[in-house]
Design a binder for this molecule. Structure first.
Ligand SMILES: [Zn+2]
Length: 388
């Protein structure tokens, strides 16, 4: 068995659990956080810096890599692990999410509840066969099917891969969401069949739970993934228009989902969201926010109001203390808020890099403390230290 998932401890108070997810490129302890290396790079950080900041696993986006440099080139260069020199567990998505959201981020915004207008201009057509879209780089037409998504992910060679699904917009009504979910289930079967046709034990696949904010649909979708031979489950689709609704949607799923497979929650990553969703049995999270916000001057800080502070603020101009006195990252061991404030003021990219190191370290520290808290029955107390 090259892939396995062993649950080693269950919290008696909630669905929280500690597990070990093993892949051909090593094992990770769960709950854990997957950092977004969108275009085969976690922006601004080298694999060495990621490792030093405690990173166990990263993901890359099939959509971006299929457009540039293309899956054939990456395969020729020895696969994504070798290409980017990351030797740990690696995850790729199906490419579907970006097809529906890229260009203007509209569907991504909708999924997080920010209602916007229609499909982006790069999106052309969706049919039973697959999704047609234009490259945002050169306008070239592409057609992504469940089979081609798996073939591309196979060429990229990540350990953990994902079935193709349709990303239903937030404003979709129940009828559209149901029809879309049913098509995603058929796409799931086609993705699985394509995966099984070539299965050599080097990749394992996530089935995706869709169904929007509708409990009956989420139940059907959970039962679908549970009854198929997926290795693991990802909760996707519209998670509602606010945090409370997102927690409700995850709760709807956690009851019906396959209980002994790893569960990933797509695109969620604030401190409070992690504590809340870990209690619903979520094992892994991903979100671009730790590095994206770092590039805008935001530092994640344990116990800070709203979970973060902005180092651009004038109050830090003469502050000789580190970003977080309790943090052991490279940045906090070596640099002051005053210096980082200066770097952002004058536009030096080192500022972004130093804050990215700190934010990645902080997310990894959070996940370590979450695991220890579950083991010690201290989840409530540890949450109070992180979220005020
Ligand atoms: Zn730090």
């Amino acid at each position: 068995m090259t892939f396995s998932f062993n649950i080693t401890h269950k919290d008696p108070q909630s669905r929280a659990r500690i597990g070990r997810l093993t892949t051909p490129h090593g094992a990770i302890d769960t709950p854990n956080f997957i950092f977004c290396g969108t275009k085969a790079s976690v922006k601004g950080l080298s694999p060495l810096q990621l490792r030093e900041a405690g990173t166990d696993i990263i993901l890359s986006n099939t959509y971006h890599l299929m457009l540039s440099p293309g899956p054939d080139l990456i395969a020729e260069m020895g696969g994504l692990h070798k290409f980017m020199n990351w030797d740990g567990p690696l995850f790729t998505d199906s490419g579907g999410f970006q097809i529906f959201s890229l260009g203007h981020g509209s569907v991504a915004d909708e999924i997080k509840g920010r209602r916007t207008t229609n499909r982006p201009k790069t999106f052309l057509k969706i049919s039973e066969e697959g999704a047609e879209f234009r490259s945002y780089l050169d306008g070239k037409k592409f057609f992504l099917t469940p089979e081609s998504s798996i073939q591309i992910q196979r060429k990229l060679g990540a350990d953990l891969i994902v079935q193709l699904d349709e990303c239903t917009p937030f404003h979709a009504d129940k009828e559209y969401t149901a029809r879309s979910m049913e098509m995603s289930m058929r796409w799931g079967d086609r993705s699985l069949a394509e995966h099984e046709r070539h299965d050599d034990g080097k990749q394992a696949m996530y089935g995706i739970v869709q169904g929007g904010v509708y409990p009956e649909l989420r139940k059907i979708s959970c039962e679908y993934t549970r009854d198929r031979d997926f290795f693991s489950t990802a909760i996707g689709g519209s998670l509602g228009s606010n945090k409370e609704q997102m927690y409700e949607v995850v709760a709807m799923c956690s009851e019906h989902i396959h209980q002994s497979r790893p569960v990933h929650l797509l695109g969620i990553g604030s401190f409070i969201d992690i504590f809340t969703n870990v209690r619903q049995g979520i094992d892994t999270f991903d979100c671009v926010s730790p590095t994206r916000t770092a590039r805008h001057g935001w530092a994640l800080v344990k116990g800070a109001p709203k979970e973060r502070v902005n180092l651009r603020n004038a109050q830090f101009m003469k502050d000789p203390t580190p970003v977080d006195e309790t943090c052991g990252c490279y940045t906090c061991r070596n640099h002051s808020k005053s210096y980082i404030h200066h770097l952002f003021r004058v536009g030096e990219t080192l500022g972004m890099q130093l804050l990215s190191i700190h934010n990645v370290f902080t997310m990894n520290r959070l996940m370590r403390e979450v695991r220890a808290a579950i083991a010690g029955g201290m989840l409530d107390a540890v949450q109070k230290e992180w979220v005020v």
